[in-house]
Design a binder for this molecule. Structure first.
Ligand code: CAO
Length: 333
């Protein structure tokens, strides 16, 4: 194990405990987005129990291997500080063990294809029956809408979330960035949702569902591009790079999905701004501002079943000075 690291002036007492000590995570994640989320939670002291399929495990164990038959760096660098248990969830005995784990754990994290956990028999209803305090956290490619059943990998998230259409050169194709904003970025969003749900559970006594969709996570990180879309449309002072491939994608998504091939359109900021499903989930919101009028913004990309988000406008300079001062007791004689 590496030497404990932290803020340099942490006292000896402070170093004795960890922020998420006592929290048990049933880690049903694979590949990158989910494992990045649970690794962060493990680093904060949560007990992360990673469930893997017997004999196979997380597919990344065997991907991009630089030493034959040894767990790859892909796997090892995303799964530190966890424990691994192999369970065949499609076997009766396996499901019995899983259900015991559901009863014992605080959080279930998963990033399977849409519907996979339901097909195993672990529906949200069943989880709540087994453990009403359970927080059930998922990464999916998309929130509810036309693409909700699609499987998604990093590059698809960058394309459907607005990163690719706003990156690249004038005469070239759109580009993806090397930073894993779709995978690790969404895992990071989910980790925040889980911690918030754990906090809320202290007062409600019950768990909730948390969803981070990769399209929403990427769009959140591309917030400045939605800004520029509106700013340039209004001022017209700068020429915008053409968006590729100019809004047409045809029927490829339907065709490829039928053959279980993950894919997604390269969406422009304009298309994302106008996408009804993103408006419906509150990932794109219209806000009214007393000075600038109506504009679009990116709302909360982390969806929680017990904590709805209402986006309110940014404050004017010092707008609440009196209010906050009064709360501090100023102005009372
Ligand atoms: N025992 C038995 N079966 C198991 C199992 C276990 N322990 N663990 C997983 N399985 C099964 C699942 O139940 C599923 O079976 P069904 O299809 O019959 O329901 C099957 O394994 C495959 O799961 P999957 O569909 O999630 O895997 P995939 O390789 O086809 O797709 C991915 C991978 C990543 C594209 C898809 O999981 C996905 O879209 N996830 C959500 C988005 C996401 O997280 N993407 C990030 C990928 S990179 O970080």
């Amino acid at each position: 194990a590496s030497k404990p690291q932290g803020l340099t002036n942490a006292t000896k007492e402070a170093r004795m405990g960890k922020a998420l000590e006592g929290v048990k995570i049933l880690d049903f994640t694979h590949v990158q987005s989910g494992p990045n989320c649970t690794q962060l939670l493990a680093w904060f002291g949560a007990d992360v129990i990673k469930v893997e399929r017997p004999g196979v495990g997380d597919i990344t164990r065997g991907q991009l291997q630089d030493i034959p038959k040894v767990d790859s760096l892909y796997f090892t660098m995303l799964n530190h500080n966890k424990r691994s248990i192999t369970i065949d969830s499609k076997n009766k005995k396996g499901m019995e063990i899983l259900e015991r784990l559901v009863k014992k754990c605080d959080v279930l994290v998963e990033n399977f294809a849409p519907g996979a956990l339901d097909r195993m028999g672990l529906t949200w209803e069943r989880i709540q029956q087994l453990n009403p305090r359970m927080i059930y956290a998922s990464v999916k490619g998309f929130g509810p809408g036309p693409y909700e059943d699609c499987k998604v990998y990093e590059n698809i998230a960058q394309c459907t979330g607005g990163s690719a259409s706003t990156t690249g050169f004038r005469d070239g194709p759109p580009l993806v960035t090397g930073a894993q904003i779709g995978d690790s970025g969404t895992g990071l969003h989910l980790a925040l949702g889980i911690v918030a749900a754990l906090y809320q559970r202290n007062t409600t006594g019950r768990g909730q569902r948390v969803l981070a969709a990769m399209q929403d996570g990427v769009l959140n990180l591309c917030r400045v591009k939605l800004r520029d879309q509106q700013r340039l449309a209004r001022t017209g002072v700068m020429e915008e790079y053409p968006q590729y491939p100019n809004g047409t994608f045809g029927e490829a998504v339907d065709l490829l999905n039928k053959h279980d091939i993950p894919c997604g359109p390269i969406l422009s900021m304009k298309e994302l701004a106008e996408e009804p499903s993103l408006r419906a989930t509150g990932t794109v919101v219209e806000v009214d501002h007393p000075e600038r009028g109506k504009y679009l913004s990116v709302g909360n990309p982390i969806k929680m079943s017990d904590s709805p988000t209402e986006v309110t406008r940014s404050p004017l300079l010092g707008e609440h000075t009196n209010e906050v001062m009064a709360e501090l007791g100023y102005g009372k004689s």
